[in-house]
Each structure stands twice: as C-alpha cells, then as structure tokens.
Ligand binder design. Sequence first.
Ligand code: SF4
Length: 346
Amino acid sequence: MTDVLSLRAALLDWYDAHARSLPWRAPPGAEAKTDPYRVWLSEVMLQQTTVPHAAPYFERFTTRWPTVADLAAVEDAELMAAWAGLGYYARARNLLACARAVAAEYDGVFPQTEAELLTLPGVGAYTAAAVAAIAFDQPANVVDGNVERVMSRLFAVETPLPAARPELRRLAALFVDEHRPGDWAQALMDLGSGVCRPRSPLCDQCPLAFGCEALKTGTPERYPLKTKKAERPHRRGHAFVLRDGAGRVALVRRPDKGLLGGMAGLPTSDWGGAPEFAPPVDADWRAAGSVEHVFTHFSLTLEVYVAKGEGDFLWTPEEEAAKALPTVFRKALERALGPLSRRERA
Ligand code: SF4
C-alpha cells in the first residue's frame, strides 16, 4: 500500500526546489499568498489553454484591469475583444458576470470559502477549490485532469475515465491536509504538467516514483484508462469577407446564445450538413479557399468567399478585426486577405 504521508512530503520537497515561476504565483512557502483575483483569473484562462499561451493574456488583463472591480467595470464588447484567441467564449461572459458579482455583492473582495466561491457565476468545483487552496491556504481538494492522471497512475486505477472520476477524487482527497494546502495543490499541478505527462511521463525525474503502482507495471502511460469516445461530427459552412475598398471589413455581432455567442464574427451561412450559399449582400463573390477548425463538439470546414461591397454592418479596419475575432473567423479572414493580419498580430 502506498504511503500517503511519505508521498506528500516527497512532493512538497520537490516543489520547494522545482516550482515553476508563474506570473500569478507566490513562491513556495511564501507567507503572502497570491491575490485571489489573480488566482481566479489564471485558473479560468488555464482551463482552456496552456501556460505559455495564457501568460501574455494574463499580463495584459492584469495590467489593464489590476483589480476585480476594474474588470467588473469593463463593457462586454471590450472584454470579448480582449479574450479573443482564448476560446470558449461562454467562459469570458461568465468571467465578467463573476467579476460583477464580486464587486456588487462582496464589495470587490473575493469570498474565502469554497461554498461561497461556488455561488459565483461560472465558478465550478475545480475553480472554487483552486482559489480556496492557493489564495486562502484552505485544505481544498483541487482535482483537474492533471491530478486525475497522477492519482490514476500512483494507484494504478483500472477503472476507465469518466467512470473513475469519483474514485480519483477520493484518492486525491487522501493527500489534502492543513499543512501547506496551497503549495500542495500547485505541486500536483506542476508534477502533472511537467513530469507525469500524458503520453511520456518522466518517471526517472519523478519524486513519487518510489511509491508509484503504475511504474511497477512497466507501462505507466497506459493510465488513466479511457472509455472510447464517440467520433466528433464534421460540419461545413461558408464565411463571407466583405471589404469596402477603404481597408475595412464587414463584421456582425453574433447572437448572445449559442456558439461564440456575443462575439464579433464574419457573416456566415448556417453550419449544417449541406449549407446553402447565402451571402449577406449581392456582390461579385470570389472563392478564397477553405479553413478547418475544431470545436469541442464538432469540426468545421468553412469555405471562404471575398468581395467588395457595402451594407449595414460593423465596418472594422482589417488589422483590428484580425485581433478582435475568435480564432475560427481570424483564420477565414487571413485566408481571404493573406499575411497582412498575421504581421499585425506578431
Ligand atoms: S512515477 Fe511516472 S507515472 Fe508514476 S507518478 Fe511519477 S511520473 Fe507519473
């Protein structure tokens, strides 16, 4: 049986020596914990992207809006534009709703308990536990995909995901303790992302190797076992890049509900099985190629068309549009306009 106390001590020692330095993180053992606003913002960003991708967004957000009250005062469209490129736009809307709730109901000060944090818009079990542990040093059980992977390997759990989730959560809870709970949560995160990696775990560098059941089997990367997923459906559609001859492009505001809700977008057809060619205005439409994009629940091929024309749209300078659009539309815009927008974004 794996000795939980020894494993815990070994991982905290390793964290003291190897903790990643991150813009939202206090160093190991620091008395002053990280501002909960920064922990919350970083955790929301990191749910959908990697640390290197999220870090510049985090720096920009916290420079522009240094407190949760500053963020709460932002217009929806401004926040959506700043979020562009981070994906999962429903989270951006929840981010704003949460900031406004903290500003209005808690006087701009984040509540400290997991239970209160859970009442905030868009704050789920993982984020509530992460903020409670990291910002307030509370013994919360912070379980994400990384932690599930580490637990499944440490204990060689043979139940496949997602059915294994309650068991993995229970195993993770064995390690939660009053002693350095924030550092423990972050140590597990670092181990999961840098050492106990999904495809090729670096077991020879792992401080937990002495007690890892999966390592004993000789194929630790086999864990966690997974139930086979249904294949992601594929959809097709058309995207229309309408230019006015003065360096501007026609954008539309997408409906609040649904995919990319509330974001700026290019005019498109429906994204169905066999979409009708239905451009937003009559013009001399020219095919500009196609782009591929993968959403959580389906993949999409967009045939891109470009024309000059006029009409009632949100006319936006092309470089500005490239920065403000969600990735799928930015790809379509760049397919039509070439490398100009990429240069601007570099
Ligand atoms: S020994 Fe290998 S599989 Fe086990 S926890 Fe460490 S890195 Fe993961």
